[in-house]
Design a protein. Structure first.
Lengths: 272, 296
């Protein structure tokens, strides 16, 4: 083992300072008394109070959560199906097109996806609002889900499924009883990914929404276009806190699940 | 039968909500702007039958694409997007490589924590991460205050609303995409190779340049594409941090559509942007495939 040099220490410190300092400052100034975000005028939580009394923000938050829950759930179902088709269904007509359509949205600029979907919705005369945003988010999020799930599907032992089929399971039972529990961590992280992508999206939502539905990112964007606002700092702090708690909890849970799984596998080997 | 349904559901979904929309964009990019709802012509009139179809196709032309080449704004925006994407990719590499390198050299028990610290910002809202720089870079922002206090400058620097701010924003938001692939390439690197190089008389720097750098090349290439491709069509960063002189095609498309309401030209802008993106995307996929073959 080489000594951990001063160069490495410096790059790690600077790198992580760069990654985290802006967010620390954002949180810090959300507790500032003054409306001028950069002049410290004493500790205060008044911006949080103002934020929670602002009905427009609360409405936008509710719309955003609704869209995220529906679209990530739908995207997880469709994405898992797509992953299963990609990995297990073998050859079929149009497979190349299918895998192309799975990977293309991952690299597509959001402005193009948004524009294309909006033109479709106008073309078929669909009223724009929560429903159209859900359709749009489901479409790009399902591709992320299917990438996450298919990477898990390719690494797991196919003979387990075959054994279940030999022992008299129907293909659906084999999927439910054997495959699904094994790929469950990937399905869950796919759902989480779809959920955050939906919460986060400004561009596609701006294109596909109508006057009836404003999501939080749209609201934030129109507020900060004109400059820094302490209310947005407070809102950002709340969102950062939720994400941090969520990610840390998820990583602890998945570590525990991995330990439990290893224990089960070892017990199974010993029992043989 | 069951297999057919399983394939058909996601397939049809993607056809209807991914492929068809693009065909519509392509079609509208060949249409003319019109004072109607929706604001373009011709409309496909299926009731008119074969004659309607024929007149529909005869009215499509490449006028919007010719327009893109005659108006300076567009090709300048494409070039400037390419330039901004290339420069910020290089900058992200310069910042990201040392961090990835240090992470791979860190004691093994630190690595999961360091990895999580790199991934955590990715889960935080993109918009908020871009916004956080507005308070730092503005004229009365934190950075200028610190520099004034230290006596390095006398008057506040104008960073906000310039292309420099866009570079900072891109490096900041896309840094994890650069660090992760390079880290995973470096982590696999066998330390004994470096020892061998040094035993054979290489200096540390030579060993790095002759062993570490080539072996992390796939990670570098993947990281660069992961930054370059999304930056090219970026909208949020230039519109929040950039100024009026920061020309990026994602912003032009947005304004063409929402402010000028010229749908045919906006569609043509999108089609050309896609054509430009196809080259780096194919190169990226080739690199991924090579890597997979090398591993498998």
């Amino acid at each position: 083992m080489r000594r951990f040099s001063w160069f490495n220490t410096v790059s790690l410190t600077l790198g992580f300072a760069f990654l985290y300092l802006p967010m620390v400052l954002l949180v810090f100034y959300s507790f500032n008394e003054s409306r001028l975000v950069t002049v410290w005028a004493g500790f205060s939580t008044k911006w949080y109070g103002e934020l929670l009394r602002d009905q427009a923000f609360l409405d936008a938050a509710w719309v955003t959560v609704k869209v995220a829950v529906f679209s990530s759930t739908l995207a997880t179902v469709l994405g898992t199906m797509a992953a299963y088709v990609l990995v297990r269904a073998g050859r079929f007509h149009g497979r190349t097109l299918f895998s192309g359509m799975i990977y293309a949205p991952l690299v597509m600029p959001e402005v193009i996806t948004g524009l294309a979907l909006l033109l479709l919705f106008i073309g078929i005369n669909l009223d724009r609002g929560v429903f159209t945003i859900v359709l749009a988010h489901t479409t790009f999020a399902m591709c992320y889900v299917s990438v996450v799930v298919s990477s898990r599907l390719t690494t797991f032992d196919k003979s387990l499924e075959e054994a279940a089929l030999d022992l008299g399971c129907s293909p659906f039972e084999a999927f439910r009883l054997v495959t699904l529990p094994i790929i469950a961590p990937a399905v869950i992280s796919g759902w989480l990914l779809a959920f955050t992508l939906s919460l986060d999206d400004l561009v596609i939502a701006s294109f596909t929404t109508g006057p009836s539905a404003t999501t939080l990112p749209i609201k934030i964007f129109s507020a900060v276009r004109l400059g820094v606002s302490p209310q947005i700092n407070a809102l950002s702090t709340i969102m950062i806190a939720i994400v941090t708690v969520g990610v840390i909890t998820a990583s602890i849970l998945s570590k525990r699940a991995a330990v439990a799984q290893r224990r089960d596998e070892q017990a199974a080997i010993r029992a043989e | 039968m069951r297999r057919f349904v399983l394939i058909a559901i996601p397939y049809l979904w993607l056809l209807a909500l991914f492929l068809v929309p693009f065909l519509i964009v392509l079609k509208i990019s060949l249409s003319d702007i019109a004072l109607s709802r929706p604001p373009y012509a011709p409309q496909l009139d299926l009731a008119a039958g074969w004659e309607g179809l024929k007149s529909f196709f005869s009215e499509l032309d490449f006028e919007n694409f010719t327009f893109l080449t005659t108006d300076d704004l567009y090709w300048k925006a494409y070039l400037s997007s390419l330039k901004i994407a290339a420069i910020s990719t290089a900058l992200t590499l310069c910042v990201g490589y040392p961090v990835a390198y240090a992470m791979a050299r860190a004691p093994e028990e630190w690595r999961p924590t360091l990895l999580m610290l790199v991934i955590l910002p990715f889960w935080t809202s993109f918009l908020i991460r871009v916004y956080s720089w507005m308070g730092i870079l503005s004229n009365e922002g934190v950075l200028n205050q610190v520099l004034l206090w230290l006596g390095i400058i006398d008057t506040p620097l104008q960073i906000m609303n310039t292309t420099t701010a866009v570079y900072i924003g891109v490096v900041y938001t896309y840094l994890p995409f650069m660090i992760l692939p390079i880290y995973s390439a470096l982590e696999k690197l066998d330390g004994s190779l470096l020892e061998a190089a040094e035993d054979l008389g290489c200096s540390r720097l030579e060993a790095f340049w002759l062993v570490t750098w080539p072996l992390s090349r796939n990670g570098i290439i993947a990281g660069c594409f992961l930054v370059f491709i999304p930056t090219l069509g970026e909208f949020v960063i230039p519109s929040l941090l950039g100024g009026s002189d920061t020309l990026m095609i994602g912003k032009v498309l947005w304004e063409e559509f929402f402010s000028n309401r010229d749908w045919p030209v906006a569609s043509a802008v999108a089609v050309v942007l896609l054509l430009i993106l196809i080259i780096p995307i194919i190169l990226f996929q080739r690199n991924e495939q090579k890597q997979r073959e090398a591993e498998g």
